[in-house]
Every structure is written in structure tokens, then in C-alpha cells.
Design a protein around this ligand. Structure first.
Ligand SMILES: Cc1cc2nc3c(=O)[nH]c(=O)nc-3n(C[C@H](O)[C@H](O)[C@H](O)COP(=O)(O)OP(=O)(O)OC[C@H]3O[C@@H](n4cnc5c(N)ncnc54)[C@H](O)[C@@H]3O)c2cc1C
Length: 339
């Protein structure tokens, strides 16, 4: 049996590994020139590690996923902290906690932290968004200062996400080809395809486009040892940027006594950013989900769509890994093939 995995992000890498561990030969392709998908990181000219597609913080309560990934990296404990900058320059804790409410006034929380953010992040009014999206950011009644206060496992891979994904793919049964976009004709040579390409693109958009939000990243280095009061600062103003991240504040992201590197984020529609699809858009009426389901129902028998763009789902890294493990293991059980 020959297997093709489209996409060398977490979803594709984990599925490829599971198939290879079961004795199969797996080809992995990615249209980009690197593995690790949107979690890709690299070290810049100042020795500071940058996450090319925005800050990736691993956090989960899923012990199985944490331990599974622990086979491919040494984890370094790290609890992320975020401050919001008010329009008068003061900093308050995010997610909103008791102290933040006390400073801004409880009745102003939605108008300060949620309304302008939703407009610039999603290009939609708060009311047009599926409430699930907003509920991802809780409002707390205690003084907890952590961004992910309820997650048991919070850590960064000591040598970065790219190295971790390279380690997942490092198996004699796996061959990786970069700069290689999916090609329907070539995929005919395979018995099954696990596909993390955008599902609407696979079907040539015949039921319409599935919308995504994207982000433009602007990275700059400043001659300062430290610039920000926390790793990430969210802006509450109604200007275009949503947040800025100072990489050096994350452990094992480089030492530099004189310089620091920051990345600013400006959300936009993916069509304005070279079709870089980052966030599936969950509208309140569920119209986008209906379009996705039309595509899903036409999935060929020898194909499984996987990952954020294949499933059109907002998956964090731990969820992508959990989903990939379940898909691969179910497939192996239901398709007992001789290796
Ligand atoms: C800005 C941003 C911040 C994030 N922050 C966090 C965070 O803090 N914590 C967290 O847990 N998660 C975070 N995530 C989510 C995280 O990136 C995903 O969970 C993870 O990358 C999912 O992996 P994936 O394999 O499903 O998709 P991807 O990482 O998108 O990988 C899919 C791969 O498929 C390739 N591909 C697509 N089409 C084709 C084609 N036609 N042919 C060949 N290859 C193709 C792409 O090039 C890509 O490399 C963030 C995501 C974004 C965008």
C-alpha cells in the first residue's frame, strides 16, 4: 500500500509517523519550502527565534498528546502572559480578570476588549460572529494573571517547533518533498491520500469559497535589552494592529544583551495576503459550515481530509495532533493491510 500525505504541518506529520510506525511507506509533500506548517519557526540574524506565522504557545489538558509530542522534543515549561494596552497607555491583564474589571469598569469590558478586537481580527461586528469564537477568551472573577490559566500542560519545545516536526517525520518509512503542491494526477499512484489542503480548493471552489482570516506580520529589531512588560501586548484601540510579541521573553528563544525582536500583527482577509489561510471564519448563522459540509460529503473514498484547512476547523496544535492520532489509528484498525 502506498500512502500520500499532503501537508507537513502537525496533522500531516503525525499521520505520516503513525502509518510509518505501522510499517507502511509514506510520501509527504508540502507546497512550502519548510515543514511544521503554520507552527514553523527559525532563528534570525540576532540569534532570536521567531515563529514565522505568529506566536505559537502550546497548552493543553490532554496528557496523551503532551506525552506523545514529548517523544520528539524536550519540553520547557512556559506559562504565557499577555497584557492589553489601553488607549491611554496603561497596561492591564488579559484575559480580563478581577483587577482588569476593577480598572476599566465591568460595564466597559465588552466595548474595550471584545468589540474593536472582533472588528479588526474577524472583519465582522461582534454580533455577526459565532459566540463560540468569543467564548474562547474567558472573563475571570479571580486575580489569575495567566493567559491559559486552566491548562495543566503549558510548554515550549526546547529546540523549536520546526525541529520537533522534523523529528516526527524522521523515520525510514517517510519521504518528504518540499516545494511540491498537490497534483490530482500524481495522487492516482497512491492507495489513500491524507489531505490537509483547503477542501474548497480541492473541489475547485464549485460550491463557493470558504472564507479565512489572515495576518500580515511585521518584524523589527530594536536596540533595547527588553521592550515590553509581557511577552505579548494586545492593542485595544480601533487601529489595524491587534498585538505585538517580544520573542526573547519565551524561554530558549535566544539570548541577546543588546537587541530585541518584535512582531506586530495586522489581520486581513486571506485574499489580501497571498491566499495565506490562517483562521476559518465561524459566522453566527453557520453559512460557512454549510458550504464546508457540501464539500465534505463529496470526499472520495480513498481520501481523508485532515487539519485546519481540510476540516475547516479552528484547531490548536494539541487538537490537531489529537485529531491526527485518532484519524491514523482508526484508519489502521479499519484497513488492516499487509505491510
Ligand atoms: C497566527 C496563528 C497563531 C496560532 N497560535 C497558536 C497557539 O498559540 N497555540 C496553538 O496550539 N495553536 C496555534 N495556532 C494553530 C496551529 O498553527 C495549528 O494548530 C497547527 O499548525 C495545525 O496544523 P495543520 O497541520 O492542521 O495545518 P498547517 O499548519 O496549516 O499545515 C498544513 C500544511 O499543508 C500545506 N499545504 C496546503 N495546501 C497544500 C497543497 N495544495 N499542496 C501541498 N501542501 C499544501 C501547507 O503549506 C501547510 O504547511 C495558530 C495558528 C495561527 C495561524
Amino acid at each position: 500500500m502506498r500512502y500520500l500525505v499532503v501537508g507537513a504541518g502537525f496533522s500531516g506529520a503525525v499521520i505520516a509517523r503513525e502509518l510509518a510506525e505501522a510499517g507502511h511507506i509514506v510520501t509527504v509533500i508540502d507546497t512550502r519550502d519548510h515543514v511544521a506548517g503554520n507552527a514553523y519557526d527559525y532563528t534570525n540574524e540576532h540569534g532570536i527565534r521567531i515563529h514565522k506565522y505568529g506566536p505559537h504557545l502550546f497548552h493543553t489538558n490532554n496528557k496523551v498528546v503532551y506525552e506523545y509530542l514529548g517523544k520528539f522534543t524536550e519540553w520547557v515549561p512556559y506559562q504565557h502572559r499577555v497584557k492589553a494596552m489601553l488607549t491611554d497607555g496603561r497596561f492591564v491583564t488579559l484575559p480580563v480578570n478581577r483587577k482588569t474589571k476593577e480598572i476599566v469598569g465591568e460595564d466597559n469590558v465588552i466595548d474595550i476588549f471584545f468589540r474593536p478586537y472582533s472588528k479588526k481580527m474577524w472583519g465582522m461586528e461582534l454580533e455577526a460572529l459565532n459566540p463560540e469564537v468569543i467564548n474562547r477568551v474567558p472573563i475571570r472573577d479571580d486575580d489569575n494573571e495567566l493567559y491559559f490559566p486552566d491548562d495543566l500542560y503549558q510548554a515550549v519545545p526546547r529546540d523549536g517547533y520546526t525541529t520537533m516536526v522534523q523529528n516526527i517525520l524522521d523515520h525510514r518509512g517517510i519521504q518528504v518533498y518540499l516545494n511540491t503542491p498537490y497534483d490530482k494526477r500524481k495522487s492516482l499512484a497512491y492507495d489513500h491520500v491524507f489531505n490537509s489542503m483547503p477542501i474548497d480548493q480541492y473541489f475547485d471552489f464549485k460550491y463557493g469559497y470558504l472564507p479565512y482570516r489572515s495576518i500580515r506580520f511585521e518584524t523589527c529589531s530594536l536596540p533595547l535589552p527588553v521592550a515590553l512588560p509581557s511577552t505579548t501586548i494586545n492593542f485595544t484601540h480601533d487601529g489595524p494592529q491587534t498585538r505585538v510579541t517580544e520573542w526573547k521573553q519565551i524561554p530558549f528563544h535566544g539570548e541577546n544583551k543588546y537587541l530585541t525582536t518584535l512582531t506586530f500583527e495586522t489581520p486581513c482577509c486571506y485574499t489580501e495576503n497571498n491566499f495565506e489561510r490562517y483562521y476559518p471564519v465561524k459566522d453566527a448563522e453557520g453559512k460557512n459550515r454549510d458550504v464546508y459540509l457540501k464539500y465534505k460529503h463529496e470526499t472520495p473514498e480513498n481520501m481523508t481530509f485532515i487539519g485546519r484547512c481540510g476540516l475547516y476547523a479552528y484547531l490548536d496544535m494539541h487538537q490537531a495532533v489529537n485529531s491526527a492520532l485518532a484519524i491514523a489509528r482508526n484508519f489502521l484498525v479499519n484497513n488492516k493491510v499487509n505491510t
